[in-house]
Design a protein around this ligand. Structure first.
Ligand code: PLP
Length: 287
């Protein structure tokens, strides 16, 4: 089996894994979620993901209602059911069933769903050649929380794909690049990193790991969003996310970044990241 579902703590056959039409997650997208992945069959950065899940729920005014150990048990149960080389683990917690009024009551019974699926690796070309991205003025309601109402992000990525780009870069009113619709964004300039401050973006788990690698390697980091025009002039840029790890960016709105190929600092950080998760540093995905 490649997929397994744990619904409110109970391993549930897919055909029976249903939630109520009165669930606020269905009705209003009123819930939070996390996407994690395994390396060597073990979930990477599990605690950091669950802490962010908990923080996201608090940011929208409810509690996930269970302990981190309960979620860990759900994930372990679901992972035991599958026979995947590696898996992607999605955790959703909604505010649960309630009246169909926009403002929820205080009587909250969250619905908790864990879905484990086979991890499909990103295409090697993404790492070898880098990706094109386009800027998009979408502004999520609460950028620091991973809320289920992801339609703005989804539409931004759909627009990007329609333009032949891999990802949308979300900009603020001044046109500064904050993050990707499903990733964090870094610019490398003068051997130093620039990324938007955590208060303005989803504080990515991969972003945090890249920041600690940079600190260890003595690479300075500036927490400030950059303008699209800052990208021209020979620097490197990359995206970070759980599913991509580190994806070199070689084009922004059609303008070539650097020499149009993945840059050396991007590669160095990616190689260090892969070492940190126990992958063979002699077999990077770009070779
Ligand atoms: N920013 C947004 C808006 C995201 O949706 C994601 C991941 O889905 C990220 C950043 C990257 O976060 P992580 O590295 O934890 O996957």
């Amino acid at each position: 089996m490649k997929r397994a579902v744990c619904l409110n703590g109970v391993l549930t056959p897919e055909a029976d894994a249903k939630v109520s039409v009165f669930d606020r997650g269905f009705v209003f997208g009123d819930g939070v979620f996390e996407t994690m992945r395994t390396y060597g069959g073990r979930v990477f950065a599990f605690r950091e993901h669950v802490e962010r899940l908990d923080a996201s729920a608090r940011a929208v005014g409810f509690s996930i209602g269970v302990s981190f150990a309960d979620i860990e048990r759900d994930v372990v149960y679901a992972l035991r059911e599958v026979h995947n080389a590696e898996s992607v683990v999605r955790v959703f917690v909604t505010r649960g069933e309630g009246p169909l009024t926009l403002v929820p009551t205080n009587d909250v019974h969250p619905t908790r769903v864990v879905i484990v699926d086979e991890l499909r690796p990103m295409p090697a070309a993404m790492y070898r050649e880098g990706v094109s991205v386009v800027t998009d003025a979408t502004q999520p309601a609460i950028p620091t929380a991973k809320c289920m109402s992801y339609l703005p992000h989804q539409l931004a990525v759909m627009r990007a794909h329609a333009m032949g780009a891999h990802e949308a870069l979300l900009t603020d009113n001044a046109g500064r690049i904050l993050e990707g619709a499903t990733s964090n964004f870094f610019l490398v300039k003068g051997g130093e990193l620039f990324t938007a401050p955590a208060e303005r973006v989803l504080p990515g788990i991969t972003r945090a790991h890249v920041l600690s690698i940079a600190t260890r390697l003595g690479i300075a980091v500036h927490f400030s969003p950059v303008l699209r025009d800052d990208i021209s002039g020979g620097p490197e840029a990359f995206l970070t996310s759980t599913m991509r790890e580190i994806a070199p960016v070689v084009r922004v709105d059609g303008a070539v970044v650097g020499n149009g190929a993945p840059g050396p600092i991007t590669r160095l950080l990616h190689a260090e990241f892969r070492k940190g998760v126990g992958l063979d540093s002699n077999a990077p995905p770009w070779l």
